[in-house]
Every structure is written in structure tokens, then in C-alpha cells.
Design a protein around this ligand. Structure first.
Ligand code: AKG
Ligand code: FE2
Length: 324
């Protein structure tokens, strides 16, 4: 008999749709346990969250298509003194990818400022759509962080942690590959370095590294949404370090297979500048008897690996610079 092929692993999918998901209820505790398990074992999960419905998605992606159709000079106005916060595009090694950022995206004034840069004549429906989208994603992201912290037994840190995370909205467009019939990499493998990310996409293409423990380091598997209204949640390297390694971040990539542009919008929760991030004392002991990462300031680490000449993933950078 030939070697058996393992069935593809079942990727975690968690239902966050119920209005009855209220802290202290059984439903909450059960869901929180699933969220923690997926975040610790896989570093990501599919979240069923129909609060952003099919109509809103269509409107959002139609507006993003309009945004990316603006002249390049206009998009270049989206500058920022922090890496990965402003316009990125037309990179020689990644010509199909463009992305724009709105920092502190839960502040309607910041969204208006961005809209004004892109459309000096005004575009109130863009601001409105983005504001609604952000509000809903933030609500979900907060709930997930709270569930994880409670699951780790450090729910008492929720308010202070939450207060030091800032929402960065990044919207992305991947042009379809010109002629190649093969799949083309739209975004190379990386881990997210921030705390936690929620992604919303208009079509497939995301792939995650699944390590089956066979010693080969694993293989990329397509992340196919099992429900039409799903979002994807990714644990970032900073959360991995803060949790003293209880959570993991997962390498992921974008592969382009379709002949239409791929659009996505992600809300990246980013640690505030100046905050020295370190695992709380409660997470040192038992499973992880010692501190695994030295305390760090997020933008210090980010700037040390941008531009990243070695092509290391965030996870490798963290392990090289911070692992004790
Ligand atoms: O476009 C996507 O769906 C993924 C983007 C991503 O992984 C990132 O920006 O970190
Ligand atoms: Fe990512």
C-alpha cells in the first residue's frame, strides 16, 4: 500500500453572528473557548459575522474600486511617517499590488481627512461607508480580543490593552495577472506584525501555512470562506509575544487566480507608539515557565525591518530580535 494522504485539515470557522453573545453567558464562554483554541493552534480563523451584509460589501467594494481607479498622483497623497501606514504600490517586485492606509480609523475626522485627500471635491458616501464598516469591524475585533484574554485568564487586562491598540484600516487592490494562466503571488508569505487583523475580501486568494506536524514545515492551503459573509481573523506577532507564546501568528499569502481585480479591506489593530509591550506576569509560569520575548516598542521593531532586506516574515524578525 502506498503512503496514505492525510485529509486536508479542517480549518477553524467560528460563528460570531449571534446577538446573544454576551459576556457571562454559556454561549459566550463556549465561543470564547473556540476563539482561544483557534488562535493558539492555528493563529487564524474564519469568523461568521453577517453584521456586514452582502449589500454593504457590494457598496464597499464598489467604492474601493473607485478609489484605486484614481490617478497614481492622487493616491501618493496618502503619506505617513510610519512604515506600512500610507500608500504602497507599483513596487518593482510586486507590481500587481497597491494599498492605502487610514490610521486611527475609528475617528471620523481621520476618515474625512483621507476622503478629502482622495476627492478634494468631497465624497461623503465614501466616508460614511468606511465609518460604518470600521465600527462593525472594531466591535467584532474587540469582542475577539476580550474572549482571548478571558480564555487566557487575563481578562483583567482587557481595558488597558484595548486602550493601547489603534485601528489602522488598510485597503488593497491586486490587479489581475496580465497573461499568465498560472496562479501568481499577489502578496508574498508573511505574518502580520501588529496585534490582530480582521480581513474582508471580495474574492478568494488568501492562503495560510498549515503545519501538519510532519516535519516538513507545512504547506499553504487556500482559505475558502465556508459562509458568504465571513471575515478572516489573524493573530499578529505582537499578540504572540504579549501572550508569551500562548498564541501564534501564521504565515499567509495572497495568490491571484482570477481575471478581475481582487479587493480587500483589513482592520489592523496596532500597538500605540511608545508603549513597551511585555507579557503580563500571569502568563509566565505553567505552560511557559519563563518570559519568551524581551519587552519591545512596536514601531522600533517595525522600523528595524522596513524595508525588509532579508525577506524574513514578521515572525522571523520577532524571533531574531526579541526571543530570549
Ligand atoms: O489582501 C488580503 O486579503 C491579505 C492582506 C494581508 O495579508 C496583509 O495586508 O497583511
Ligand atoms: Fe497579512
Amino acid at each position: 500500500m502506498g503512503p496514505e494522504t492525510a485529509p486536508p485539515p479542517k480549518l477553524p470557522c467560528i460563528d460570531l453572528s449571534s446577538d446573544e453573545l454576551i459576556p457571562g453567558t454559556q454561549l459566550w464562554d463556549r465561543t470564547a473557548a473556540e476563539v482561544l483554541h483557534a488562535s493558539a493552534k492555528f493563529g487564524f480563523f474564519e469568523a461568521v459575522y453577517p453584521a456586514i451584509d452582502a449589500f454593504e460589501r457590494r457598496v464597499l467594494f464598489a467604492m474601493l474600486a473607485e478609489l484605486f481607479a484614481l490617478p497614481l498622483e492622487t493616491k501618493w497623497r496618502n503619506t505617513h511617517d510610519r512604515p506600512y501606514h500610507g500608500f504602497i504600490g507599483r513596487l518593482p517586485n510586486n507590481p500587481l499590488y497597491e494599498s492605502l492606509g487610514v490610521d486611527l480609523a475609528d475617528d471620523a475626522e481621520e476618515v474625512d481627512r483621507f476622503t478629502g485627500l482622495m476627492w478634494p471635491q468631497g465624497n461623503p458616501s465614501f466616508s460614511e461607508t468606511i465609518n460604518t464598516f470600521i465600527k462593525k469591524l472594531m466591535k467584532m475585533e474587540r469582542m475577539v480580543i476580550r474572549m482571548i484574554l478571558e480564555g487566557l485568564g487575563v481578562g483583567n487586562h482587557f481595558e488597558s490593552l484595548n486602550g493601547t491598540l489603534n485601528p489602522l484600516l488598510r485597503v488593497m487592490e491586486y490587479k489581475p495577472p496580465a497573461s499568465s494562466p498560472d496562479a501568481v503571488i499577489g502578496l508574498k508569505p508573511h505574518t502580520d506584525m501588529n496585534f490582530i487583523t480582521v480581513l474582508c475580501e471580495n474574492s478568494g486568494g488568501l492562503e495560510v501555512l498549515i503545519d501538519d506536524g510532519g516535519g516538513s514545515g507545512g504547506a499553504f492551503a487556500p482559505l475558502v470562506a465556508t459562509m458568504p459573509g465571513s471575515l478572516f481573523v489573524f493573530i499578529g506577532d505582537a499578540f504572540m509575544a504579549w501572550s508569551n507564546g500562548r498564541l501564534r501568528s501564521v504565515p499567509h499569502q495572497v495568490v491571484l487566480r482570477e481575471d478581475k481585480p481582487r479587493l480587500s479591506a483589513g482592520l489592523f489593530m496596532v500597538p500605540e507608539g511608545g508603549w513597551m509591550i511585555e507579557a503580563p506576569e500571569e502568563l509566565i509560569g505553567n505552560e511557559n515557565p519563563r518570559r519568551l520575548y524581551r519587552p519591545f516598542e512596536y514601531f522600533d521593531i517595525l522600523s528595524r525591518c522596513y524595508p525588509n532586506p532579508t525577506n524574513m516574515s514578521g515572525q522571523q524578525v520577532f524571533n531574531e530580535l526579541l526571543r530570549l
